[in-house]
Design a protein around this ligand. Structure first.
Ligand code: CP
Length: 302
């Protein structure tokens, strides 16, 4: 597989293969080293976890990294993403890890047969976040033997979240029962093919996995001005201590982070016994090692 841009149409077995490979690395399996492979990480949107986690994965695979700073690149002179990738490919870069604000920025790039560099999507607009999705599935798989009939609730800004889209698709494909909660205006009927929208307080006590989403302040500032009230959101749709007390004892909380403490989740729950938020970050490195290894094996660069 040359590229990894979406989990749309990814077979469940294919996802499980990547998760098993990631789990093997976590348990100490030595990775295949790709010392002749070069990666460039192109982040046109801010990131802490995904960017540093890909860098860590590249290090662990023995890859070389070519620094790319979107804010000082020739993209600012109008160079297209295609020309940027052709340039990196020409100087010998094998893999471009890209985060971009445009949903499906990769669609036209994939039509260029001459583009040999591998594209790994690190998040596109409100489209997809495949590596986050796989690390979330890996984290869930560590607590539950099977996805079949597992009840997973995704809470928050469903419509604009790439994490919600990737996770809803993959959870559904793996056999989980998917539910959604949050402000009705932040839900999109498109998601009904994966699961059911309902009332947070009714659904919560039945759930095995509670996947909270970040309130995207940067989007709200642009679209809804200062009308958004964080305290009101926390009371209506946040995981308060009172709500958390009603969860099943074996249920887990996941969140892609960054976390708005006191908004989508009470701050004390972030480090609590049911939270897997920091385990998700740890698992991210192993999942990204599995993803990079897969595209490099395709390219046969060792
Ligand atoms: N979860 C996630 O994508 O975090 P970053 O935006 O910090 O990469």
């Amino acid at each position: 597989q040359r590229n990894m841009v979406t989990v749309d149409h990814m077979e469940a077995d294919d996802a499980l293969d990547l998760i098993h490979e990631a789990q093997a690395y976590k348990e100490g399996k030595k990775p295949e080293l790709f010392q002749k492979a070069y990666a460039a990480n192109l982040f046109f949107e801010d990131s802490t976890r995904t960017k540093s986690s890909f860098q860590m994965a590249e290090n662990k695979l023995g890859m070389e990294m070519i620094k790319f700073d979107a804010s000082t690149s020739s993209v600012n002179k109008g160079e297209t993403l295609y020309d940027t990738l052709k340039t990196l490919e020409s100087i010998g870069v094998n893999v471009a890890v890209i985060r971009h604000p445009e949903t499906e920025y990769y669609r036209d790039l994939l039509k260029h047969d001459d583009l040999k560099i591998s594209i790994v999507n690190a998040g596109d607009g409100s489209g997809q976040h495949p590596s986050q999705c796989l690390l979330d599935m890996m984290t869930i798989a560590e607590d539950f033997k099977s996805f079949h009939n597992l009840k997973a609730l995704i809470v928050g800004d469903i419509k604009h979240s790439r994490v919600a889209r990737s996770n809803a698709q993959m959870l559904h494909s793996l056999g989980a029962q998917v539910y959604f909660a949050g402000p009705k205006e932040w839900f999109d009927k498109d998601f009904e093919k994966y699961g059911t929208y309902g009332d947070l307080d009714t659904l919560l006590p039945e759930m095995d996995v509670v996947n909270l989403l970040r309130v995207q302040n940067e989007r709200l500032n642009a679209t809804e001005g200062l009308n958004f009230d964080c305290d009101e959101y926390h009371q209506q749709f946040g995981l308060t201590k009172e709500r958390a007390a009603k969860m099943k004892k074996k249920a887990i909380i996941i969140h892609p982070a960054p976390v708005n403490r006191g908004v989508e989740i009470d701050s004390s729950l972030v480090e609590g016994p049911q939270s897997r938020i920091f385990e998700q970050m740890k698992n991210g490195v192993f999942v990204r090692m599995a993803i990079l290894s897969r595209v490099l094996r395709y390219q046969e660069v060792m």
